[in-house]
Structures are given as C-alpha cells and as structure tokens.
Ligand binder design. Structure first.
Ligand code: ADP
Ligand code: GLC
Length: 493
C-alpha cells in the first residue's frame, strides 16, 4: 500500500502549529503498521536546511514554472526511514514562515504557490515525476493541499484520495484575476466544485472531490456539519456526511516525554512526580515570576488568534485570584501581543509573556506549569492539552472539538471514579474561564484530587498507533475491491 501524504508543513522540517506536528509524526506511524507512506512538502529554505541530504531526482516545468523534485529521508523509529520529497520552485524560496512575510502578513500569491505545489504533488502521485513510485492513495491535508484531490479527479485512473481537515476556518480563498490566473477548469466555478460566494475556496478541492474526508476529532466531525462551526461549508459537509469521519490525532510520545525530555531541568514520570516541582521553580526563575511553590502556575502555548480565545484570557486577568501565576508563549495578532505585554509589565512577578516561537520553552512550560489553558472558541483537535496530560499538567479547556473528546471534567462523579483529567467549561466567556480557573485552584489546594487527575492524565495513551491503524483501515477500504478481505501485512513495502 503506497500512500503519499501532502501538506504545507511537517515537523522537524518546518512547523507553525499542530498541522506540522501531525504530518511530521503520522507517516512514520503509518510505516510502523505496514504502509509505504511517503511525504511531499514544498522545499522552503528551512526544510532544505533541515534535510541537507536531499538530492535532486527529477526536473520539470508546470505551467511555465521550472521545478526540481528532491528526495531525502527522515529517521522513522522501528521502521525503514521515511522517504520525503521536496518540491523546489522559486515560489517557495522565501525566508521565514511558509505562509507569511516577516510582518505576519499572508503572502498575496499563496493560492498560486500552493496550486503549484498541488500540481507537482499530483504529478508525483501519478508516477510522472519519479517514475519508480506511484501512489495508491493520496492523503492531502488542509487547504494548501486542497486542489490535489480535484486535480486527481481529472485523471483517467487516479489514486484514491483522502482529505483531512485540520482547520476549516482557513479556506484558501482567491478571487478575480488571481483566481483566473490559476488556470483551473472553468467548470470548477460552480458551487458543486470550488466556487464559494463569488470566490474560489481551494479547500473545496478536498471537500468536494476527495473520496473520503476526515477531520482530527470525532466531535469536530459533528460540529463542522452545523452552522455554528461550519464556516459556511456545513451544507457541503452534511451532503458528504457518509464520507466524513473523525480520527483523533495522536502525539509523538518520544518527543513529548517528561521522563526523557532534554529541555527539562529534572525528568519525572507518574511513579516519581516530585521533580515536577523543580521544573516549576526553574520556570518561575527563568520568567522572573515569584519563585513560590504555593501558587497555581498556569501555562498557555499557542497561536495568538481569535480561535484560541486569547481575548477571553486577557479579559479574565483582573478576575484571577492573587495566588495564581500565568505564563503565555505565543505569536500572532498584534492587539493580543500588546495586551499581554502590558498585563505582564503591570504584574511582572505574577504574569509572564514571551512573544515568538520557542520549541524548548514550550516543553519547559508543559513541565513547569501546574495547569494548562486552552480556552478555544473552536478546536479541531488541539495537541497542547494532550502534551499537558502527558506531563501531569492539568488541562483547563473549553468543551469544544478535540478538547471535549480528550479531557474529562472534574465532577464529583468522575473524581470519585478516578476518571477526571481536567477542568472543562462550556461558555465561551471570560467569566466562565475565570470560574474554571477558580475551580482548578480549589482542587489544587485540596491536594489529593489534583494528584489523582495528574495521574489519570498521565496514564492515558495518546500515541499515534491507534490513529495510524484507523487511517490504514480507511486506505484499505478505498483501494480494496469490495470482495477482497482486509489484510494486515505488518511491514512497509
Ligand atoms: P494549532 O495547530 O491550532 O496551532 P495545536 O494545539 O494543534 O494548535 O498545535 C499547536 C502546536 O504548536 C503545539 O505543538 C504547540 O506546542 C506549538 N506551538 C504553538 N505556538 C508555539 C510557540 N509560540 N512556541 C512553540 N511552540 C508553539
Ligand atoms: C489545526 C487545529 C488543531 C489541530 C491541528 C492538528 O491547526 O487548529 O486543533 O490539533 O490542526 O490537527
């Protein structure tokens, strides 16, 4: 079973958020269950630097754009290394973020850049670029790879296609002359295809044309079929409900392992939680907070955007009890950055804000904080609450999407049954968030229930194996003639 995964980011080559984590880990997990999974990405400078052994294996030109196909490999634990293809073209030769310039503004030609990527990935999947390999299944992720299922549908014997929605709010909208310049078939200007209120939505290439659609949690798969969470695409998703399912993301349990994390001052595990306190003290000292064991230290790591409910946190700050400290690490909208900066400047011993992107600090926050905030308006899956569970850091989350699917609220019943793993609140409001934090503080002060929640969270298994098996089953359903029984080969290739 040959599967080509196509996406705009994959850790450790390039990452801006959870998409990078997922596309970085899933192919290796698929190889471990016997799939010949391969990855294709644009050859951004950062990706080339992270894969210095990649070699040019083909040259071509698509719609006048010269491109080079490079092949390298990433180590994949317990399995043969993961083959990685990089599409090199001038459109990707820009420094910084894959999507934005240094000022945080989207590159205006993003639709054209990722259309080129999809054309190249389609040629690769069909065996036209690297003639010794052809995909049985193409697995495209998010709008940047959305055109891929649509382009494949134009072929006579295309590979089957799966489109995974990591975030429906990003749709790859393009209008007017820019849309015309993409050179797509004119019949795609229809609501049944790519048209979306007078523009093209490149995400619809996946939603309308893929053989299967998945999203990253069962709850989000339901939510996106409603007007509240459907971003205008709920009608199409209801129409395709038979082909739509939710497969919960896993996490890389080696990279995120408090017992063996090089970023931490003191490793710990469920059998020996005491060193977590050293990580808390070290984090407080690093951030200039009061180094006090007896406060509830809250952490938040994430993109500072409306989705993440950052404004609710900013509004809730004055309501927080004095024995609560907060650290926020993130980059994003200028208004949130300014508000967090001034909150931290006004109370530097209680509130710390670190603007920017810092992978090692993200690990230290997961280890050093007592509780982890994810007050999102919507959350397709969310990974930081899963890291928090693994690090014995109690998540405080809103009851949406993957957050609702992965955190069990501390009620008298769940606490008594030893099932509680965090604090879950319903309303998207500063008052509800502040009440959830006060509830967390009460449990933290009580001691025993807090410890129980930490241990219940740490006992959960969020490794990629379960998700990889679910994707493998889906691939098999797609490529197997209906009369042929399912089989499990157990090794890649
Ligand atoms: P999303 O994909 O919506 O941004 P997720 O929770 O799925 O949210 O994944 C976010 C990932 O990005 C996590 O690995 C998180 O630790 C990481 N991350 C987000 N912001 C930062 C930052 N400023 N510094 C380091 N890591 C970050
Ligand atoms: C998106 C979502 C996030 C999810 C991630 C990986 O960026 O916002 O909830 O965890 O993709 O699937």
């Amino acid at each position: 079973m040959r599967v080509l995964l196509a996406a705009s980011e994959a850790y450790p080559l390039i990452k801006t958020g959870g998409l990078g984590d997922v596309v970085g880990a899933l192919p290796a997990a698929l190889r471990a269950v016997g799939v010949d999974a391969r990855l294709v990405l644009p050859a951004y400078p950062a990706a080339l630097a992270a894969l210095p052994t990649a070699r040019a294996i083909a040259r071509s030109a698509l719609y006048g754009a010269p491109l080079t196909l490079l092949q390298g490999e990433l180590p994949a634990d317990g399995s043969r290394p993961l083959p990685v293809y990089l599409i090199r073209a001038t459109a990707f030769e820009r420094s910084g973020n894959p999507y934005q310039d240094v000022n945080g503004l989207d590159w205006p030609d993003n639709p054209a850049r990722f259309a080129l990527f999809c054309r190249a990935a389609s040629a690769l999947a069909l065996g036209h670029l690297a003639p010794d390999w052809r995909a049985d299944v193409v697995h495209a992720h998010d709008w940047q790879a959305g055109l891929l299922p649509a382009l494949l549908s134009l072929e006579t014997k295309p590979p089957m296609s799966i489109f995974t929605i990591h975030n429906l709010a990003y749709q790859g909208l393009v209008a007017g002359a820019d849309a015309d310049a993409l050179g797509l078939p004119p019949e795609w200007w229809s609501p049944q295809a790519l048209e979306f209120y007078g523009q093209l939505a490149l995400i619809k290439g996946g939603l309308a044309f893929a053989d299967r659609i998945t999203t990253v949690s069962p709850r989000y798969a339901q939510e996106i079929q409603t007007a509240e969470f459907g971003c205008g695409l709920d009608g199409l998703l209801r129409y395709r409900a038979d082909c739509l399912s939710g497969i919960l993301n896993g996490i890389d349990t080696q990279l995120w392992n408090p017992a063996d994390d090089p970023a931490l001052v003191a490793p710990y595990n469920a059998g020996n939680l005491a060193p977590k306190a050293q990580n808390k003290a070290a984090l407080q000292a690093e951030l200039g907070l009061s180094v006090t064991a007896d406060v509830l230290l809250l952490g938040l790591v994430g993109r500072l955007v409306t989705q993440k409910g950052i404004d609710l946190l900013i509004e809730a700050l004055p309501q927080l009890p004095t024995d609560v400290q907060l650290v926020v690490l993130g980059s994003g909208e200028a208004g949130y950055v300014a508000a967090l900066r001034s909150a931290a400047a006004a109370a530097p011993r209680r509130i710390a804000f670190r603007p920017g992107y810092d992978e090692a600090l993200a690990h230290r926050i997961q280890a050093g904080a007592d509780a982890f905030l994810v007050p999102s308006r919507f959350e397709p899956c969310g990974l930081t609450q899963l890291y928090a569970l693994r690090y014995g850091t109690v998540p405080i989350v809103r009851a949406v999407g993957g957050l609702a699917d992965t955190v069990v609220d501390a009620s008298p019943t769940t606490l008594a049954a030893g099932r509680a793993t965090g604090i879950v609140f319903e309303q998207s409001s500063a008052a509800a968030l502040a009440a959830a934090i006060r509830r967390a503080l009460g449990l933290y002060r009580a001691g025993t229930p807090w410890r129980q929640m930490q241990l219940a969270g740490m006992a959960q298994d969020h490794s990629w194996t379960t998700a990889a098996q679910a994707y493998h089953a889906l691939y098999q359903e797609l490529v197997r003639p209906s009369s042929e029984p399912a089989s499990y080969s157990g090794s890649a290739e």
